[in-house]
Design a protein around this ligand. Structure first.
Ligand code: NAI
Length: 619
């Protein structure tokens, strides 16, 4: 009987149903049933989420390993399912750290962390919180790239949703299969451009999983509110199509109208299932689709593309940071980009917004930005024409393919590399930058390290140590003229988790680019005078939780000003408002503290005595 009730209760989790069952049981006269009821009542009071025994070990949200107290083990029915020793959460974290460090290969470290997350969520996130900088390269780039390539081997159990093109017409039904109702953030990829690795199809699932684990690790967004999704529309990767380990559909990538109808159906299904303010982050879509989808959905859905807007946010944060060093406004610079892909043009667009906020008109701001791609300088006169997404940056100049010459003639003060061409900023180009301006800004953003347009050391050496440098991949500290410089890494992680936290908290309806500018300013404002002194344009990544929290506050503030927040009344205490959304990594106590009342000092009269007194009264 009890087990039936238990299952029933778990299924419906409805207070009325619980009350009904309790009443039904109370009316039973049988002694055993009454005893059973009282046990279940105690259990019900003690364990509001109504899981039982082994469920606590199967569910990563509830699992505490050997940290279940003796009392919990007895009350929850865990006694014997765990070995006798009891450990604190801190002891467990220390053991996990030790285990993690014993693995040599990054992929094995990744697998260890994945298994820990699947087993015990709070322990995983408390471990990561001990040293975010150490765990970040394992949870995300570069290791996550390896994990995606080997996803057929890594894949154990579903940690996200696979929606494939053959589900077209039934996408909402598929989404309903995800067991959690309170999803606030979705990260979705179609796997076509996974990092720098190309089309990995359904193996791309590692990306939304990794990205959303950073939502929690770096901003404290509750993990159960995050849903990783792959839109599996096939793959054009011939190797995967014949790979026996491949987990996706074996089909050439579907494109064109059918693809766009499928994505539209997916967007509608997200809103129908989880509401209009569900955040949908697009990740690692290939360029034509990335831009098209962003433009199609940015006004109608709460969505952003991290490769375009997140990158732009973090790089513009770096430019704001650099402005604190060069003591020049953004609009007092002239920018030359090498690379006019999704990263380059996204950054250029946000720089225009930043200059407009400084008072320039849009055309004047665009005029300060020059872009160079594989076909040379973007000019209206070049034979190959202009890429559609970058037309507005085409200049009325003679075409050239000589980048060094462009640096000499255009005299930019800021050089931004997003070209995937390692070493493209040659010593001669860097020396020219040092001639162009007193404090040249050099951002070599291409990843991984060997793709960086120049190293930090090369930048300092060839500009007499006068440059302000930042890169996409981390570089060790640089020594120049007996001074050590710690250059910044333009890691998107500075920006997207904080934005997501603010967007979720205020239940924002859409995400205008100005929110990325807001985030960029917050990051730059968090650079201390010491950071600036050693050449850092970003605050240390070890402060990321604090940075994300501050960004979230600013995002909420701005969202109310822009009238895109939908939680009312408007919060007055922003700290408390954001804090309310933060995931707590500390284990919950499943058995509440029990307490007793003090003994009464009064001795009551006997019933007989009262009865005598009553008789007297009635007379
Ligand atoms: P993409 O493929 O969309 O664009 C690459 C651009 O470089 C294209 O415009 C292409 O024409 C140009 N290009 C290629 N070879 C060239 C050459 N020899 N000379 C001149 N231009 C050339 O790639 P996406 O997404 O824009 O990324 C570019 C780089 O930026 C990647 O290495 C990526 O890792 C990096 N990146 C860094 C980020 C960060 O630091 N936070 C964030 C996003 C991207």
């Amino acid at each position: 009987m009890l087990s039936i009730i238990h299952k029933f209760v778990i299924c419906c989790r409805c207070t009325n149903t619980l009350a009904f069952i309790r009443l039904a049981l109370q009316s039973r006269q049988n002694k055993e049933q009454r005893a059973q009821f009282s046990a279940s009542a105690v259990y019900w009071v003690l364990c509001p989420n109504l899981e039982r025994g082994i469920d606590y070990l199967r569910d990563a949200h509830l699992h505490k390993g050997l940290a279940f107290t003796l009392q919990e083990r007895q009350v929850l029915g865990l006694q014997g399912l765990l070995s006798g020793g009891v450990k604190t959460q801190e002891e467990q974290v220390a053991i996990c750290k030790y285990s993690f460090d014993r693995f040599d290969s990054p992929l094995n470290k990744y697998l260890y962390l994945s298994e820990l997350l699947e087993m015990n969520e709070r322990l995983f996130f408390s471990l990561v919180a001990t040293d975010v900088e150490k765990f970040l390269p394992i949870l995300y780039t570069p290791t996550v790239g390896l994990a995606c390539q080997r996803f057929g081997l890594v894949y154990r159990k579903p940690r996200g949703l696979f929606v494939n093109i053959f589900d077209k017409g039934h996408v909402y039904a598929v989404m309903k299969n995800w067991p959690i109702h309170d999803v606030r953030a979705i990260c979705v990829t179609d796997g076509e451009r996974i990092l720098g690795l190309g089309d990995l199809g359904a193996y791309g699932m590692g990306i939304p999983i990794g990205k959303l684990s950073l939502y929690t690790a770096l901003a404290g967004i509750k993990p159960h509110q995050c849903l990783p999704i792959v839109l599996d529309v096939g793959t054009d990767n011939e190797e995967l199509l014949v790979d026996p380990l491949y987990i996706g559909i074996r089909h050439k990538r579907v494109r064109g109208e059918e693809y766009h109808e499928f994505v539209e159906e997916f967007m509608q299904a997200c809103v129908k299932r989880y509401g209009r303010t569900t955040l949908i982050q697009f990740e690692d879509f290939a360029l034509p689709n990335a831009g098209t989808l962003l433009n199609r959905y940015r006004e109608r859905f709460c969505t952003f593309n991290d490769d375009i807007q997140g990158t732009a946010g973090v790089v513009v944060a770096g430019v704001f940071g650099a402005a604190r060093i060069t003591k020049k406004k953004v609009s007092e610079n002239k920018f030359l980009f090498l690379g006019a892909g999704s990263a380059g043009v996204g950054i250029a667009d946000l720089l225009v917004d930043a200059m407009v906020e400084e008072g320039l008109d849009k055309k004047a701001a665009q005029d300060k930005i020059y872009l160079f791609d594989i076909d040379g300088l973007l000019t209206s006169k070049r034979q190959s024409g202009l890429p559609a997404h970058a037309k507005h940056f085409g200049k009325d100049l003679e075409p050239t393919k000589d980048f060094a010459k462009a640096v000499e003639t255009l005299k930019p003060t800021c050089l931004i590399g997003a070209s995937t061409q390692g070493g493209a900023f040659t010593p001669a180009i860097l020396k020219q930058m040092a001639k162009n301006t007193e404090r040249p800004i050099i951002f070599a953003l291409s990843n991984p390290t060997d793709k960086a347009e120049c190293t930090a050391q090369a930048a300092y050496d060839n500009t007499e140590g006068r440059c302000v440098y930042s890169s996409g991949s981390p570089f060790p500290p640089v020594k120049y003229n007996n001074k050590t410089y710690y250059t910044g890494q333009g890691n998107n992680s500075y920006v997207f988790p904080g934005i997501a936290l603010g967007v979720i908290a205020a239940e924002v309806t859409k995400i205008p680019d100005s929110l990325f500018l807001t985030a960029a300013r917050s990051v730059a404002d968090m650079c201390t005078a010491e950071d600036i002194d050693v050449g850092r344009v970003y605050p240390p990544l070890s402060n990321i939780r604090k940075i994300s929290f501050e960004i979230a506050k600013k995002i909420v503030e701005r969202a109310y000003k822009l009238n895109i927040a939908s939680v009312y009344p408007t919060p007055t205490d922003l700290d408390a408002f954001i804090q309310h959304h933060i995931y707590k990594t500390k284990y919950l106590q499943y058995v509440p503290e029990l307490y007793t009342y003090p003994p009464s000092e009064y001795k009551t009269k006997s019933i007989e005595q009262i009865s005598e007194e009553h008789k007297l009264l009635i007379k």
